[in-house]
Design a protein. Structure first.
Length: 348
């Protein structure tokens, strides 16, 4: 249980205050939009994998305004969304097949919940999804292109979803017995640095054998390396979509403050260990990481091995992936981790 003082601090955090106007304008398409082009995935980096391409085709039909901003801001994050989304769908369908009841997926952050809506549409009743956002513009975008009656939305921050809310809110009825996958997408860094307290809100909601996926921007103990990667992001990627004026404006309005709430990789893994036996880093783009955690070695291995290799040019990736984090007290993860081979369209 998170104490009242911590909740009060989160309510006063930038996401709900200083950053709120930026997110509202962007979600409504009134600002923050790329002025030099619209992001699309480089499917050759995904080796034209059919599962990833099917996910992308569904995903792009459900985009809201915020998607244009988000995927133009983080190098090769759109390719990662396709790769990760295809793996999430396969994992959720596996959970449905074992239990013969709908799997449950929850995304916190993630703008208007396009990933969650795409999964619900592709699952066609075999999985149900929830996303949350405190931004009214994201709520409007969600219902403008809901995509599936199995996609649900909570208009508010992640920490509002406590035991009482789950017990009384009819919108949350499908999720009262937990989730097979929870995705935290660059959300915690908007509210504070206490990752363990933030995880205490969502980790207990994950079912036995389930997964937590986190997309986080991490600070680097080598501050020069951190800023070098930031320059690479701005100069070699964001400049394809945003004018220099827009890049500077966002840095001034959001990024400078957000850096104060970022933590490093060591802190991230330390915060996960009270809740999860295993964590694996599956993606790195400059200062951004995807980390997948579970208490089931089998579930984690099934998920990671269902992903094609990271779809990102070598110069943007600074880690040897996958990165396996397992404490000595946990049972060994065993054999070497491998990505699955791409399944090109037309290949059998």
């Amino acid at each position: 249980m998170v104490d009242r003082q911590t909740i009060d601090a989160w309510q006063k955090a930038p996401r709900l205050n200083a950053f709120a106007p930026f997110f509202e304008r962007t979600a409504r398409g009134l600002g923050g939009m790329p002025d030099l082009g619209t992001p699309e995935p480089d499917l050759s980096l995904l080796e034209f994998d059919l599962d990833s391409m099917v996910f992308w085709d569904t995903h792009r039909r459900l985009w809201g305004n915020f998607d244009n901003h988000y995927f133009a801001s983080i190098p090769y994050r759109l390719e990662e969304e396709c790769r990760m989304g295809a793996a999430m769908l396969a994992f959720a369908l596996g959970a449905w097949g074992r239990r013969r009841q709908a799997a449950a997926v929850y995304t916190l952050g993630a703008g208007a919940g396009t990933l969650a809506r795409a999964l619900a549409r592709l699952g066609d009743g075999r999985l149900t999804t929830l996303c949350c956002s405190p931004t009214e513009g994201n709520r409007i975008s969600f219902f403008a292109q809901r995509g599936s009656e199995h996609a649900h939305f909570h208009h508010g921050p992640f920490f509002e979803l406590d035991d009482e809310r789950y017990a009384t809110d009819e919108n949350l009825r499908p999720f009262r017995d937990g989730y097979d996958i929870v995705l935290e997408d660059t959300t915690f860094q908007m509210y504070g640095r206490d990752r363990e307290a933030q995880l205490s809100v969502i980790a207990p909601r994950i079912r036995v054998g389930g997964l937590l996926i986190q997309v986080q921007k991490l600070i680097d103990p080598d501050i020069k390396a951190y800023f070098a990667r930031e320059r690479q992001k701005d100069e070699d990627f964001k400049s394809r979509y945003f004018s220099q004026t827009q890049i500077v404006a966002k840095k001034r309005e959001v990024l400078d403050t957000m850096a104060d709430y970022q933590v490093d990789l060591e802190t991230t893994i330390s915060a996960l260990r009270p809740y999860f036996s295993y964590s694996v880093g599956t993606w790195n783009s400059g200062n951004f990481y995807t980390i997948v955690s579970s208490n089931s070695a089998a579930s984690l291995r099934d998920f990671v091995s269902s992903m094609v290799k990271p779809a990102i040019p070598e110069e943007f990736c600074y880690e040897q992936l996958p990165l396996v984090f397992a404490p000595e007290t946990a049972p060994p993860l065993g054999e070497q981790w491998v990505w699955r081979a791409a399944r090109p369209a037309g290949g059998f």
